[in-house]
Structure formats: C-alpha cells, structure tokens
Design a protein around this ligand. Structure first.
Ligand code: ADP
Length: 258
C-alpha cells in the first residue's frame, strides 16, 4: 500500500443541489497525492475538475467520502492551501508589492521579515524592478507571475492552480507554464493543476489524472517521464514520449465533435 499522501481523497462523491435539482459532479474519487508531486487533472468540460480543487481548498464539503490534508480531514479553508485562478484578481489601486503582501496582511503577518521574503521572491522571479508599479503597467504573463508570488507569499504547502494560463496568449502561456513549473519545484510545493490543455499537463506535471465525463470518475493516471536534458516547454514537447502520452490521453478523453 502506498504511504499516506499530503492530500488524499477517499471515496469522494459530490452532488450540487440547486433549484433545478441535483447535479452529480464527482463519483467515487480516490486520489493520493504525495508531497512534492505536481498533478495535472484533465477531463471534459464540466466533469468536476474544479470541484476537486474546491474540495481540497475546503470551500465545499463532499456528500460522501473524505478529503484529508496531512491525514486530517479538511474542515474549511486553511493557510496550508493556496489557490491560483484563471483571473489574476490583482487590485488595480495597489502596487505590485502591496498586492503580493495582501495575504500576509489578512493573516496579520505583514512584518518586516515577511516583507523581505516577499521582496526576495519578486527579485528571484524577475519582478523586483516592478514592485512599485501598478498591475495595469504589467503584461498578462507578468500579472499571473505576481498572482503566483502573492499565493506563495503566505507559504502554503499545497498549491491549487485552476486554468491559470487560459486567459493568456499562446506564446506567453508556453513561457509562463515553464516558469511556473520551475518556481513550484524550486519552492518545493505540492501542486494540483486543472487544465483543458493536455500538452500543458504533460509538460508541467509528474502525473496526469484523466477524468471521465460528468459525474467525473478517475479514468486513468499516468506517471510522466520525458527524456531530454533541457527542461523547457518547447524541448519537452519534442521528447519522443510526449506524443505517446498525448495520444493515449487524447483517446481517453473521448472528445468527439458530435
Ligand atoms: P470542470 O472544472 O471540470 O469544468 P466543475 O467542477 O466546475 O467542472 O463542475 C462540475 C459540474 O458541477 C458541472 O456540471 C457544473 O455545472 C456543476 N456545478 C459546479 N458548481 C456548481 C454549483 N455551485 N451549483 C450547481 N452546480 C454546480
């Protein structure tokens, strides 16, 4: 048996209730994420990918089954988990530094020591010169990097990324996905990425989970091993194994126009 992961979902089912009735979103999800893993979650639109992240973030509770972080059942949002979304949600009236300090301010931890740490993060990831700029003065890719640093500033162990690049143009997306994968590895985080982009999942993650149509069940799990020394998105996508993973996952997704 595998050891208890930093995140685990055991027999998780989720149904949403609304005025029109019940929408079953997830069925019997078992997922064990080990510390340091970077998991990609792909599946057809509406199959429950974001729901998995909301459950781990403690924003919703499963109808049955258990969601645990470090062996403890998730009762609600916690500072162990950072969430990064498609929209960067930066405040336009705050400078970049003020934006990345926001989470620390909310947690009443905006002390000098933490401010130094944040400045270091900005410097390390190429944003030091922009700390007094406002979000509108930055490109979309830079804004998303700021959003990531804001998430990292409160030092969560687990990062949840929900389509974080989908509002960006293709070139920026490619470059940023590589940078983000790198940052997450360097900062030794465990991460789960929801994406509809199979190539993005294969090139960024060490494991890719494929969900079925709604209600989502885990159809398969692929450990990703790509050969090649230079780890950047273009070279990784040229690795001979890349196309194989892509074709298998594409078939499993069963996306047909009709
Ligand atoms: P995905 O991220 O794979 O696109 P979601 O997890 O967002 O899928 O949603 C799964 C299903 O649950 C969808 O059919 C969606 O319409 C439904 N759903 C999501 N959130 C709610 C909600 N708050 N109330 C009712 N239905 C919801």
């Amino acid at each position: 048996m595998s050891k208890q992961g930093i995140v685990s979902l055991e027999g998780v089912c989720m149904n949403y209730q609304d005025l029109e009735g019940e929408t079953p979103a997830l069925k019997n999800i078992d997922l064990e994420v080990q510390e340091g893993e970077f998991i990609g979650i792909v599946g057809p639109s509406g199959c429950g990918k974001s729901t998995i992240l909301s459950l781990i973030a403690g924003l919703i509770k499963p109808c049955s089954g258990q969601v645990k972080i470090e062996g403890k059942e998730v009762e609600g949002p916690s500072s162990k988990v950072g969430y990064m979304l498609q929209q960067d949600h930066l405040f336009e009236w705050r400078t970049i530094l003020q934006n990345v300090m926001l989470g620390l301010e909310i947690q009443k931890k905006a002390n000098e020591e933490n401010k130094k740490k944040v400045m270091k993060l900005l410097d390390t990831y190429g944003l030091g010169d922009f700390k007094n700029h406002y979000p509108r003065q930055l490109s979309g890719g830079m804004r998303q990097r700021v959003a990531l640093i804001r998430t990292l500033a409160v030092d969560p162990k687990i990062l949840l990324l929900d389509e974080p690049f989908s509002a960006l143009d293709y070139q920026t997306r490619l470059a940023l996905s590589d940078e983000v994968a790198d940052i997450i590895k360097k900062e030794k985080k465990t991460a789960l990425l929801v994406t509809h982009d199979i190539s993005e999942a294969i090139s960024m993650c060490n494991r890719v989970i494929v969900l079925s149509k709604r209600p989502g069940v885990i159809k398969s799990s692929h450990d990703i091993h790509l050969s090649g020394e230079k780890r950047n998105p273009v070279s990784l996508r040229k690795a001979p194994e890349f196309r194989e993973y892509f074709n298998i996952i594409w078939e499993e997704l069963d996306v047909h126009v009709n």
